[in-house]
Design a protein around this ligand. Structure first.
Ligand code: SAH
Length: 351
């Protein structure tokens, strides 16, 4: 029988487990705090639990603990990229970005991705597997433990499509914001999706207050289909109302992400069309000059084109930010560090 993964369990699930192992229910809360607040890596560290309970836990349950395989630090802005090893030998990456308002961690939600967005490095080898909630959490926990600095914001914007790993995503958010855990406010958590409509609608009913970011990248379906295969499944007429429902039910303003690709989606006509499309939506636009990846020949829009695009949106009354590029010198875009590591490993096998 597969051992249960205690770091993915809610307090009430842990209470049930604790009682079934013959311990008092208050032990479950102590265990939960060790896992999610004191960020213990091993049951051996949980010194206020009875020795016998610790032994039972060690022999009958599993506890996810990521291994740090590599850390890269940007010489420009202090951004750090972490390559973590999972129990089954897969690797994932996470990023720590330091802002004036606090430390933000960008986590992966899957090993690889099956969404196929043309400009994205995470999807080049397809999906390997979903991450468990504990594997999503431990990216934040290990980074906070290693740096000794509190993580205040978490963005689910690394490799993977979070809505394609829905149950683990929701579990992750509840555990990360739990008062007996790191207690990161849901308002400081952002989930970015390429736009899986049924999941967005379901997410709107979870009673959460995280920020939803939609990867839009185009003002109409035909341009969007060129960049994102998901646009063949859901049209903008379906995805925008789903996001509106999220706003209406949660009161959380949306973020629309738009990666600017030279000559593909960065013309003035496209800026105007985007402004008309979003004029009555409740959210702001985040422009991201595309981060070129080796495997594709997409290029960044010129600096002036980015500025002009932004000004046009602003002239229509939209709120617009241009994402500051972080960690440019350490393999910028999502999935690039993992991809280059896998390429190296592949090279080593053949040499
Ligand atoms: N699957 C989710 C989250 C992961 S990607 C999603 O699609 O939203 C986070 C954001 O970075 C998305 O908007 C994605 O489209 C964008 N992105 C991916 N690769 C990029 C690249 N090379 N340059 C710029 N943006 C990129």
């Amino acid at each position: 029988m597969e051992r249960c993964d205690i770091k993915s369990m809610t307090l009430s699930e842990l209470t049930e487990l604790t009682e079934s192992l013959g311990e008092k229910p208050f032990r479950a809360k102590q265990l939960f705090q060790w896992l999610h607040q004191k960020l213990a890596n091993d049951v051996g560290e949980m010194t206020n639990l009875p020795q016998t309970f610790r032994e039972t836990l060690a022999s009958s349950t599993a506890m996810t603990s990521l291994k740090t395989v590599r850390v890269l630090e940007s010489g420009i802005d202090g951004t750090k990229k972490f390559l973590f090893g999972l129990g089954d030998g897969n690797v994932i990456e996470s990023v720590l970005m330091k802002y004036k308002h606090g430390n933000s961690v960008c986590i992966s939600s899957q090993v690889g991705c099956r969404m196929g967005c043309r400009f994205c490095a995470s999807t080049l080898d397809g999906l390997t597997r979903n991450l468990q909630a504990s594997e999503m959490l431990d990216q934040v926990y290990r980074i906070q433990a290693m740096t000794g600095e509190r993580v205040s914001n978490v963005v689910v914007m690394g490799s993977g499509e979070p809505m394609d790993n829905y149950d683990a995503l929701v579990r992750f958010i509840r555990l990360l914001s739990d008062g007996n855990g790191l207690h990161i406010s849901q308002r400081n958590i952002t989930v970015s999706t390429c736009g899986l409509v049924p999941e967005i609608r379901c997410f709107a009913g979870e009673g959460l207050s995280v920020t939803l970011a939609l990867s839009l990248h185009a003002p109409n379906d035909s341009v969007r289909k060129n960049l994102m295969p998901i646009a063949n499944r859901y049209s903008l007429d379906e995805v925008l109302p789903a996001c509106r429902e999220y706003y209406e039910r949660t009161g959380r303003r949306l973020t629309f992400e738009y990666s600017l690709v030279r000559g593909v989606n960065d013309s003035q006509e496209e800026a105007k069309a985007l402004a008309r499309l979003l004029k009555h939506e409740h959210g702001h636009v985040n422009l991201i000059p595309v981060n070129p990846i080796r495997e594709r020949d997409y290029r960044q829009s010129e600096r002036e084109a980015v500025e002009r695009f932004k000004e046009t949106l602003v002239s229509y009354g939209l709120n617009v930010t241009v994402r500051r590029e972080m960690g440019r010198d350490i393999g910028g875009a999502c999935g690039q560090l993992r991809k280059s590591y896998l390429n190296e490993e592949e090279g080593n096998k053949h040499s």
